[in-house]
Design a protein around this ligand. Structure first.
Ligand SMILES: Cc1cc2nc3c(=O)[nH]c(=O)nc-3n(C[C@H](O)[C@H](O)[C@H](O)COP(=O)(O)O)c2cc1C
Length: 361
């Protein structure tokens, strides 16, 4: 299913080594201002080019809007936009056609779709598919801005190195601190250690994973649909679509399982005439509905599967065991490039819930 959302719906299309990747978005109100420069800036944030730590695949990712936009506004038609795939090198994938990469989607995809499926460059399982998620997410952020909602993501940890990030840092401050380094961590000292760790992993032909945190601030109380479409369900559904995401927790998450109720409960207080809580172990969600505190989620990204070391695999044509050394161009750590994707996917899920709950029209 290449579609997500109910009132605001995105359909992503394309593949890693096909002609293009992109997205269609249904459900946007006509006349909504959409600044293409903002979308391009967010696509550039996702791009590896210029990043010392990233893959050598050079994609320009130049935004092309096909429909649904005129003179700076949505025009009421379905929005459609794409970027071309230019730097396609199939040779390294052709060599691996019958030998699935450990940790990547190659094996189950080949069994499910057969030998003719185009899995070159990861096919539809490639990180390139996240181009569409970012485009759709920028549109969603435009909708959320009408409610005064801001969404920000940043790197929490890479490998065993944690960023030190105060809980109450303002969104603008988080953004500006994270923008100062290549790993998007709002802690300069932690970021320097993370960069060194990524370079070390790359030298060793290996890779690293990490944790991205996302915060959505300014949400109204009561957003979310009861039971199956709780805020946790819808946001994590969207987040798990991002390739390489293996875990999502909200608020205190797994650590909360070790707390007592007296510790985990967030006491209600009045602040500036508003009902707030003095802590946020709930991650801004009670009963699947927003409680007015920031929605906070942490997303675990696994270490990049494609590593430049000999690994055990099998040859599917001969059904014998073999050794595989992955060639091609890969990120030694996906985390920095996933930060913007996590931010935009979260914004999209929340904007859909805002429309469903009648908070936006
Ligand atoms: C922005 C982004 C870039 C990625 N780049 C790579 C890459 O260069 N090499 C790789 O092996 N996996 C990469 N991935 C992850 C794979 O697409 C993913 O691990 C694979 O499809 C298997 O899916 P799973 O990890 O969700 O099980 C990337 C993911 C994202 C979000």
């Amino acid at each position: 299913m290449m579609q997500f959302g109910e009132r605001l719906r995105m359909t992503i299309f394309g593949s890693s080594h096909g002609p293009e990747v992109g997205v269609e978005v249904d459900g946007l109100p006509a006349g909504m201002p959409v600044d293409l420069v903002t979308i391009q800036r967010q696509l550039d944030r996702r791009r590896p080019v210029g990043r010392r730590l990233a893959t050598k695949r050079q994609e320009e990712d130049r935004l092309v809007v096909d429909q649904g936009w005129a003179d700076g506004h949505t025009d009421g038609a379905k929005f459609r936009a794409h970027v071309a795939n230019q730097d396609v090198q199939r040779a390294s994938y052709d060599r691996m056609k019958n030998v699935p990469r450990p940790g990547h989607a190659d094996f189950p995809a080949r069994v499910r779709y057969g030998a003719d499926a185009d899995l070159s460059g990861g096919g539809i399982f490639s990180g390139r598919m996240t181009v569409g998620l970012v485009i759709a997410g920028v549109l969603a952020e435009g909708l959320l801005a009408r409610l005064g909602v801001q969404v920000v993501a940043f790197t929490r940890s890479i490998g065993s190195i944690d960023a030190m990030v105060p809980d109450d840092l303002e969104v603008a401050r988080l953004r500006s601190l994270a923008a100062q380094n290549e790993v998007e961590a709002p802690d300069a000292a932690g970021a320097a250690k993370m960069e060194a760790a990524i370079l070390e992993a790359r030298r060793e032909g290996d890779s690293l994973g990490g944790v991205v945190e996302v915060r959505a601030v300014g949400l109204p109380v009561g957003l979310g649909e009861p039971f199956f479409d709780s805020v946790e369900s819808v946001v994590s559904h969207a987040l798990f679509s991002i390739p390489a995401v293996k875990a999502v927790e909200f608020g205190a998450g797994f650590a909360g399982a070790r707390m007592r109720g007296s510790e985990h409960n967030d006491p209600f207080v009045i602040e500036g005439g508003q009902v707030r809580t003095s802590s946020n172990h709930a991650g801004g969600i009670l009963g699947g509905l927003t409680d007015g505190m920031p929605v906070v989620a942490r997303v675990a990204i696994k270490p990049t599967a494609s590593i430049a070391r000999a690994q055990r695999s099998v040859d599917l044509s001969t059904r014998t065991e073999t050794s595989l050394t992955v060639t091609g161009r890969h990120d030694p750590c996906i985390v920095p490039r996933a930060v913007g994707v996590v931010e935009h996917v979260t914004a999209f899920a929340l904007a859909d819930l805002a429309l469903r709950g009648g908070f936006l029209r």
